[in-house]
Design a protein around this ligand. Structure first.
Ligand SMILES: *Cc1c(COP(=O)(O)O)cnc(C)c1O
Length: 414
């Protein structure tokens, strides 16, 4: 497969490893468990250490199995380089550890994954100013920028309320101001959306979710799309300016974020994720269709007070999603009418499983305020639009009729 054809999303992912030429004609990149990589010529070892020739040194900084996955994610996001991490949080944490200095300002969407929100509080305690804005309107973002703003951080479809950032206009704003724009693409995945298309410089993917897709491995990634000019970033130290400017950011993140903090992805996990990624498109087609059908069923039910799903015409950013995304995602959330006990409802479901992961093949469901958003307290929950009765559903690939039947039967009992 050395041809130059422009293959589709799935064809590219399926054949990516093989195209690079794998030992013994393996179809998958094998799982390399060796921590160290030896060289017969000591000069070559030195030269690999000095970055003068490619090669592996020590597992925390790079591994062939992980590297094959990085290449795959990079193809999906059409980036100039990708780094993998032990978890999605490891990837996000590495950005802040490696790119921010005391006195810098970060502007973040207020609609955030709970642990990212918590991470911001930590960063704020270390001398970095952090502010949160409703990023569904670019004007809010523009108004909150300061001369010290280094990073604007948003998610595509926010979990759990499904607010959608004004992705394109925020990208234009960041480009005009030379600010690094980071988009967490976990909810959309590169199959539904490429943040590069709206000018994001770095893209975060929690590989744990839909890309791995089977709830059997943790992982995260950062892709540099090439859209950001690192000359404009004041915190890149001279040491990482040796390569082409497009690589400066990842060079510093690889050393200061991944190597020094050590949230490295293991080769076994990388293998699980790589295999899962092969069926990303098929699974997303099915989960998005199931989510749409379930959202419609819930919206039509008198016992449901509100449904949040970008595929519904009632969703505030429905039209925007139609323009930007291939489909509307696998995540929805809803509120039951006052007086209905959400725990009783959840306990009547036979298929949907009370559990906290997202992007699994199985439908997972969770009462948000009582679990994943419990620690942040009622006030911050209210500011994020999280009702106490909010239930989040990560829709799986079950047969649609079975899934709908499960929810209708559980609602019947309310
Ligand atoms: C799950 C998630 C993360 C973190 O990923 P982990 O692999 O669980 O650390 C980050 N961002 C979003 C949007 C997520 O859903």
């Amino acid at each position: 497969m050395n041809d130059k054809k422009n293959y589709g999303f799935t064809t590219t992912i399926l054949h990516n490893d093989r195209r690079k030429g794998i030992e013994h004609g393996s179809l998958h990149k094998p799982i390399h468990t060796s921590v160290a990589f030896g060289y017969n010529d000591a000069r070559q070892l030195a030269s690999v250490f000095q970055g003068k020739e490619p090669g592996f040194r020590y597992g925390r900084q790079g591994n062939p199995t992980v590297s094959a996955l990085e290449d795959k994610i990079n193809q999906m996001e059409q980036g100039v380089g990708t780094l993998c991490f032990a978890t999605g949080m490891g990837a996000i944490g590495a950005v802040f550890q490696s790119l921010l200095r005391a006195g810098d300002h970060v502007l973040s969407s207020s609609f955030l994954f709970g642990n990212t929100n918590s991470l911001w509080q930590t960063v704020a305690g270390q001398g970095v100013a952090v502010s949160f804005v409703d990023a569904t309107e670019v004007a809010n973002v523009a108004a909150a920028l300061t001369p010290a703003t280094r990073i604007v951080f948003v998610e595509t479809i926010a979990n759990p309320r499904t607010q959608v950032a004004d992705l394109k206009r925020i990208g234009e704003l960041c480009r005009q101001r030379g600010i690094l724009y980071i988009v967490d693409n976990t909810m959309t995945t590169p199959y539904l959306f490429r943040p590069k298309s709206v000018g994001a410089g770095l893209v975060v993917n929690a590989l744990t979710k839909s890309i791995c897709g089977h709830g059997n491995a943790l992982g995260g990634s950062l892709t540099d799309t090439g859209a950001y000019d690192w000359h404009a970033y004041p915190n890149i130290v001279e040491n990482y300016k040796k390569a082409a400017p497009a690589q400066w950011g990842l060079a510093q993140i690889r050393a200061k974020g991944l190597r020094d903090f050590g949230a490295s992805l293991g080769p076994e996990a990388a293998h699980h994720i790589a295999v899962g990624a092969e069926t990303l498109a098929l699974r997303m087609e099915r989960t998005c269709a199931n989510a749409m059908a379930l959202a419609k069923l819930l919206e039509a039910d008198a016992r449901v007070a509100a449904v949040h799903y970008p595929g519904l015409a009632s969703h505030p950013q429905h039209a925007l999603c139609g323009e930007l995304f291939r489909s509307y995602g696998s995540l929805l959330s809803f509120e039951l009418k006052d007086g209905i006990d959400c725990f009783d409802f959840l306990n009547r479901l036979k298929l949907a499983i009370p559990a906290s992961n997202l992007g699994d093949t199985r439908t997972l469901i969770i009462p948000v305020a009582h679990t994943i958003f419990y620690e942040m307290g009622a006030e911050r929950r209210a500011s994020m639009g999280i009702a106490e009765s909010l239930i989040r559903v990560s829709v799986g690939i079950e047969d649609s009729a079975d899934l709908l039947d499960d929810f209708s039967s559980a609602l019947e009992g309310c």
